[in-house]
Design a protein around this ligand. Structure first.
Ligand SMILES: [Mn+2]
Length: 317
């Protein structure tokens, strides 16, 4: 059932001992939303714990170093930034079918939770959580503001993608005005800083970029072997997908990352007009019009062909 702010408020005010689930391959938005919401619940005197199927990458330490939260048997199950229960990873087995509140901004949300606060046009889950906190009149701490800002900044590509709402800019302005957030440091760590391994990997994978459909599609596949060779972990490849649409004339770019043997997480980006969420839905995934994803199993070359065919259909060439 889809709900609005007033119902979400009474749910949060009346909940206790909550577990907050973030999606696998965690990004700035789900981590920011998870830890930001944890701070908000703490303001209400409610204990909570943030969980994720994968370890939180080191560069998000400034949000996660406060700790996941106390260990307790949760009474309330909340999911943030999760469109589909499958994205809970190993937590699907534990909390699948049991999520009571989902706060999300994916138009493709499967409506799996008992109550879903969905704003499909929001830049980030963090944008919804910030507005909800304002609506509730809950105090926002500096740590909370830092988390929510990070989610909005990362999901908007530093306010660059056209999913960036006027509201996202307003929130950034409010945060600049009201909280002493170090924007420059956050954005440097989120967008510029990389390991030497990553720097070298970028050079290497750039060489491996493959043009298809006359250059309208760019494919970039990174296998487990390549990651091992370069000493780079899967999560360090996060933020790589936008590289695929930097090439001129490209309409769709796809980063394929091998999660485990023969299982590829495919991140789609649209340079302009193509709706990649629709393409990913045909492959069992989903997301946003300009940034979406799916998980496909098979050999690298078969998956590349499958993707090429799906993109060909979508762009009609
Ligand atoms: Mn998000």
């Amino acid at each position: 059932m889809f709900i609005g702010f007033s119902e979400a408020e009474s749910f949060l005010r009346n909940c206790r001992d909550a577990v907050i689930i973030t999606h696998q391959s965690p990004d700035g938005d789900c981590i920011g939303a998870g830890f930001g919401l944890k701070d908000i619940l703490a303001e209400l005197g409610i204990r909570s714990r943030v969980v994720c199927s994968d370890p939180f990458p080191k560069r998000y330490d400034f949000m996660t170093s406060c700790g996941a939260g106390e260990d307790f048997e949760p009474e309330t199950i909340i999911a943030v930034d999760i469109a589909d229960e499958k994205l809970m990873g190993r937590y699907e087995a534990i909390y699948g079918g049991k999520v009571q509140l989902c706060i999300d901004h994916h138009i493709s949300n499967k409506n799996y939770a008992e109550k879903t606060l969905l704003r499909g046009n929001a830049t980030a889950a963090c944008e919804i959580i910030y507005d909800l906190a304002q609506y509730m009149g809950v105090r926002i701490t500096k740590h909370c503001a830092t988390c929510l800002y990070t989610g909005i900044a990362t999901d908007s590509g530093c306010f660059k993608y056209d999913c960036t709402t006027p509201r996202a800019h307003e929130i950034a302005a409010e945060m600049k005005r009201s909280y002493d957030i170090n924007f420059a440091r956050i954005n440097r760590y989120m967008f510029d800083v990389k390991s030497m391994g990553r720097m070298k990997l970028e050079a290497k994978v750039t060489e491996l970029m493959e043009e298809r459909l006359g250059g309208k599609l760019v494919l970039l596949a990174v296998t487990q072997d390549m990651m091992k060779q370069l000493g780079v972990a899967m999560e360090e490849l996060e933020g790589f997908a936008p590289l695929t649409i930097q090439l001129e004339n490209t309409e769709v770019g796809v980063l394929m990352r091998e999660r485990e043997d023969g299982v590829f997480k495919c991140s789609f980006r649209s340079a302009d007009e193509v709706n990649v969420s629709e393409i990913c839905q045909t492959l069992g995934g989903g997301g946003h019009a300009k940034a979406a994803g799916c998980t496909v199993e098979g050999s690298v070359s078969d998956i590349k062909d499958t993707i090429t065919e799906a993109v060909r259909k979508a762009i009609g060439s």
